[in-house]
Design a protein around this ligand. Sequence first.
Ligand SMILES: C[S@@+](CC[C@H](N)C(=O)[O-])C[C@H]1O[C@@H](n2cnc3c(N)ncnc32)[C@H](O)[C@@H]1O
Length: 215
Amino acid sequence: MSDRRAWQGEADLLGNADPAHPTAWFERLWSAARRGEVTTPWDRTDPHPALASWARPPDGPGRAAVVVGCGLGADAEHLARLGYATTAFDVSPSAVAAARTRNVGSPVTYAVADLLDLPPAWAGAFDLVVEIYTVQAVSRDVRRPMVDGVRSLVAPGGTLFVVQAAVEEPDDEGPPWPLTRAELESFGTQGLTTVAVEEIVADGRPSWRAELHRA
Ligand SMILES: C[S@@+](CC[C@H](N)C(=O)[O-])C[C@H]1O[C@@H](n2cnc3c(N)ncnc32)[C@H](O)[C@@H]1O
């Protein structure tokens, strides 16, 4: 029997351990997984079903896409197969190393970057931005700058695709910290308009799937 600890329990402990540095725990978790101390977090090899079943992705070839908080890269690999020139980033160097190891030979550009301090060259640089479960994974203290960071990546004429767990009333219990409808709708400001919002069940939870557009 494996003596690795389950990553979910580790996330519950680490996610609230350092409120002054609300994203530092991700590298602690991912590096513990790389050392074999905990099971692999957010381990999926297929694209998120809400992304895979999305009926209206813009045509991929000739367009640039970015995946926020990419983890092990399943969504980024899906976009690359659709023909997008795909960048995928994560705040955790260990997560990015794991994604590169898992996807050897991939055309995806995997990068270490922080949604709260993005490279200036990425502002408005992507025709398709995919954000699945990153904003909800970080405490509400930085929700607004996290959402601002996601929005800033969308190019003129570009599309933002979002999947987040949903909640009616905000709750301090987390991670994750699911989004209220108002928090979800906050993506659709500062030049972005909401094209569609659906209430779905994803990973057994009530969730939002949203598509937004920048004119
Ligand atoms: C809940 S996991 C989701 C991973 C992946 N998107 C998925 O759906 O499987 C959140 C991911 O976001 C990353 N992350 C958290 N804060 C971030 C930030 N400020 N900038 C970039 N990535 C971040 C974490 O390291 C983690 O890999």
